[in-house]
Design a protein. Sequence first.
Length: 458
Amino acid sequence: MNGDELKPRGLVRSLGTTGVLLLTLSVATPASSVFVIVPGMFEVAGTGTLWALLIAALVCVATAFIYAELSSAWPVVGGEYVMVAHTMGPAAGFVMLGVNVFNNLIFLPVAGLGVSEVLASVIPGLPQLWTAIAVVAGCSLVGILNIRINAVVTGLFLLLEVAALGVVGVLGLWGGVRDPIAMLGNPQVLVDGALQPAGAGAIGVAATIAIFALNGYGAAVYFGEEMHEAPRRIARTVMLALVATLLLEGIPVVAALMGAGDLAALFASGNPFGELVAQAAGSETARWVSIAVAIAIVNAIIAWVLACARFFYGTGRDGTWGRPVDRWLQMVHPRFGSPWAGTLMIGVVGMGLCFLPLRLLEVWSGTGLVAIYAGIALAVVVARRRGLTRQAPYRMPVWPVWPVITFAALGYIGWTNLADPVDGRPALIATGVQIVACWLYWRFVLKPRGWQAVVPAG
C-alpha cells in the first residue's frame, strides 16, 4: 500500500455562499437563544437585559469584522486557533484550541437541555435529561450525512425558526405598553419577588450570557474548506450572519419586554416567551410556536455538530491528540464526505455533558467566548503589524477601531464578572484553569513534537 492510499481523504468543496450562510445561521440559532438562553438573562438582569444585549452586540459587531478579515486570510476548519497560531505562534494557537474545545462542545448540552423546557407546554412532564441525550444522539447521526443535504435540511428548519420569532415579535410589539428607552434609563431585576434596580455587575454577567446567545456568526470559517472561493466569499457570509442574528434575536427580546403584562412574572417564568404568546394569541398558537422552536433547537444541534466535527477534523490533521486519535478524527466517510468518526465522538461527549447544570454551562461558555474574542482581536492586531493579512481579499474598514472596541467591551465584561462571586468569578477562574492546562499540554507534549496548525493547499 503506497503513501497516497494511507493519506486520509480531504473535505470536498461543494458549498456556495447561501449554503454556508444557512449553516452558519443555524449554528447561531436565534430561536434557541431567545427561548432557551435569554430567560437566564432575564433572571440575572431583568430589563437590564437590554443593556446586556447592546454591550454584547457591540462586541459581536467589532468581532465580526475581525473574524471576516482573519477568515479571509485563513479559511480553515480549525478556525480561531489556526488564525492565532499563524499570527502569535503555536503556544498561543494551542491555548486557543483548548479553550475552543471546551466552548464548542458545551453548546450541544445547552441546546439539548433546552428542548424539554420549550416543549413543556406540548408534552407535559417530558424528562429534560433523557430528552436532551436522545436529541444530541439523533442529531449526531444526522451530522454524518453529506453536508449539502444538511445545508438543505437546516435551511428548511431555519424558515420555521424565523416564523416562530416573527410571531413573538409581532405579538409583543403590537401590544407594547412600555418604552424601551425608559427601561434603559432605569433597569430593574427581580429580587425576592420584587423589582429592584439592576446593578452593573448583574448587567455584566448577563452580557457574558448574551455574547453566548449571539455567538455563531464566526462558525462560517469551520465550513471554509468545503466552500467554493472561500477567501473571497467568507467575509461577506460572516457579516450577513451577524446582521441576521442581531435582528432575529434583538427584536423578540425588545418586544417581550415591551408587551409583557407583568414584568415580575416574565422574569420568574421558565418559559417567558411561550407564555407571552399564550397570553396574546392563545394556547394553540403557543403550542405551534413551541414545536417550531423545538425544531429550531434540533436544527441548531445538527448544524453545530457539523461545525464542531470539522473543527476536530482540523485538530486531528494537526497531530494534536496522538496518532490513533488523530487518524480517527480525520476519517472521512467514503459516500457522504463527512468526518464521521469525529462526529460520533462529539455526540458521545455532548451526551455526557448533558448531566451538568444548564446555568453553569451557559456562564462557563460565556467566559470562554470572552477569551476567544480577546485572542482573535489580539491576533488581528499582530497580523496587521506584521502584514500577514495584506494580501487577504477582505480587510476591515476604519482600522483599528474594531479591535479597540472589542478590548474595551471585553474588559468591562471581565471586570463585572470578576466582581460577581456567584457566577462570574468562578466562570473566569474555570477559563483561567483551561488556559493554564492548555499551555502546559503544549509545553510538555506538543512543543517537543514541533506542533503546528496546518493550512492545506487549495
